[in-house]
Design a protein around this ligand. Structure first.
Ligand code: AMP
Length: 191
């Protein structure tokens, strides 16, 4: 059983890489951003609530995010492991995740951060926004707000797992294939 957190700023390639890793290592990919966008697309009460925050590039409150994640884990009790993408993004989320996994006799194996400079992130997100139509990928101001929230609220999660020797960083610049190989190398070294 391996449970991974794919970590990094918005636009660092977590979604693209998590999909590949899930397939290669037979893990369930859980992206809280995708889950929120699904709720938003279906205009559910949860989606309507999340929209207010997402549009501004703010984090959705922990209570809502953790509740949604808990439901998702309960839907899939049988998997060989998880790859979390975009979660946990705050210390309370990390603590809640550790508790949830511990209640199943499991734990986080490792957190792998993709290192990408700010200017490259902004370039990638604005490019993605042209194709995806994602509202929060359209304006440089919102993107900068997401990056600044990442620095303030999310980077401490890296430190949180570093305290138990679980955090590591890889270079997130280069071709998709090249980065995928770097990640796979890290994961194989964990087994
Ligand atoms: P992402 O696709 O991961 O960039 O997420 C898009 C947006 O969804 C974020 O800017 C937040 O508004 C919201 N979101 C996704 N994951 C989380 C999370 N773990 N905690 C709080 N908000 C989240």
């Amino acid at each position: 059983m391996i449970n991974l957190i794919l970590f990094g700023p918005p636009g660092s390639g977590k979604g693209t890489q998590a999909k590949r890793l899930a397939e290669r290592f037979n893990l369930l990919h859980i992206s809280t951003g995708d889950l929120f966008r699904y709720e938003l697309g279906n205009n559910t009460p949860l989606g309507q609530e999340a929209r207010k925050y997402m549009e501004r590039g703010e984090l959705v409150p922990d209570e809502i995010t953790i509740g949604m994640l808990r439901n998702k884990l309960e839907e899939h009790p049988e998997v060989a492991g998880y790859i979390f993408d975009g979660f946990p993004r705050t210390i309370p989320q990390a603590e809640a995740l550790d508790k949830l996994l511990a209640s199943k006799g499991q734990e986080i194996t490792a957190l792998i951060a993709l290192d990408v400079p700010d200017e490259e992130i902004i370039r990638r997100i604005l490019l993605r926004g042209k194709e995806s139509g994602r509202a929060d990928d359209q304006s440089e101001e919102i993107v900068r707000n997401r990056i600044s929230n990442y620095r303030e609220q999310t980077v401490p999660v890296y430190e949180y797992y570093a305290a138990s020797g679980k955090s590591r960083t890889i270079n997130g610049m280069g071709e998709i294939e090249e980065i995928a190989e770097r990640l796979a190398g890290e994961i194989e070294a964990l087994a």
